[in-house]
Design a protein. Structure first.
Length: 139
């Protein structure tokens, strides 16, 4: 079993976690801490497993951050992660099946080959003017 999950940290702050496409787990494994506002992991069960019908309780939660997850379906995309000071920390080149959770800080994308990604983040969507803050970064 190979687990290929990589954390990107800088000055003690976790900026992102990458789940590479070749990551394999034998049982369902969540990689986010239980207290994180965004829970992510891999579901894994043996053939024949049945989960009983269920729903998730509506519980009021206070969320002070906005994390985002990309799952590449096709193509190649680079995700750049920047420090709070605008310095490039890392560029992550992702291909089909790779996923990244953006936990903290400034990020950008650069499309290398036509791509399509699943993007997941907390809602509700408040409109672009209330959602994004564009930042000048260091060259």
């Amino acid at each position: 079993m190979r687990t290929s999950v990589e954390a990107v940290e800088y000055n003690g702050i976790k900026y992102a976690e990458i789940i590479w496409a070749d990551t394999r787990v034998q049982k369902t494994t969540f990689f986010s801490p239980a207290e994180s506002s965004f829970q992510f992991g891999l579901l894994a069960h043996e053939a024949g497993f049945v989960e009983p019908p269920h729903f998730h309780k509506a519980v009021a939660r206070t969320i002070a951050d906005l994390q985002q997850m990309f799952v590449v379906q096709r193509g190649v995309v680079a995700v750049q992660l920047y420090s709070d000071a605008g310095e490039l920390l890392r560029e992550i080149v992702m291909r089909a099946g790779d996923a990244v959770v953006l936990i903290h800080g400034v990020h950008a994308i650069r499309v290398i080959e036509d791509m399509q990604c699943i993007s997941v983040k907390q809602g509700p969507f408040l409109g672009t003017e209330n959602d994004k803050v564009f930042v000048q970064v260091k060259a």
